[in-house]
Ligand binder design. Structure first.
Ligand code: ZN
Length: 151
């Protein structure tokens, strides 16, 4: 791990701390050369998750894309960023814990819908209207009734 400041590769660890229930280790390091301190994060690499799209194409799961979709749905909604981030973590965890290397995109959509429903109903409807592509007012109304029942 090269020093951030002088690129020297030799450094010593001055502090280690477990984060996220032990799945991440944060290390404070001190450069042997310039004595500046920097931080590194170490995480176990889990098997790459592949998403099967509707047209059958396969694509590596992208946390970034998932987050972008959620932030779009939650734009200008009164939801704390920490809650959004923990929902993203939760969805990613739940997809990975299915133990499948390949997951259909519809499964991702369902997980997002489920998460949004518990977080913010307006965001849920926004996401659902794109994801489910309501063809008519009736299917939209049906979705609304579903939310009401869950309340
Ligand atoms: Zn250095």
């Amino acid at each position: 791990m090269n020093c951030l400041h002088c690129q020297t590769s030799a450094s010593r660890v001055i502090e280690s701390r477990d984060l996220e229930g032990g799945s991440v280790i944060r290390r404070r390091r001190e450069c042997n050369d310039c004595q500046q301190r920097f931080t590194t994060y170490e995480r176990v690499e889990s098997a790459q998750l592949v998403i099967i799209k509707k047209d059958g194409n396969r694509q590596a799961f992208s946390r970034h894309k998932l987050a972008a979709g959620l932030y779009r749905a939650l734009e200008k909604r009164p939801v704390a960023q920490s809650k959004i981030e923990s929902l993203i973590n939760q969805i990613e965890q739940s997809l990975k814990s299915m133990g499948e290397a390949e997951v259909p995109s519809s499964q991702v959509g369902e997980e997002v819908m489920k998460g949004l429903l518990g977080l913010d109903q307006v965001a849920y409807i926004r996401f659902a209207s794109v994801y489910r592509r309501f063809d008519d007012i009736e299917s939209f109304a049906q979705e609304l009734r579903k939310i009401r029942r869950k309340q």
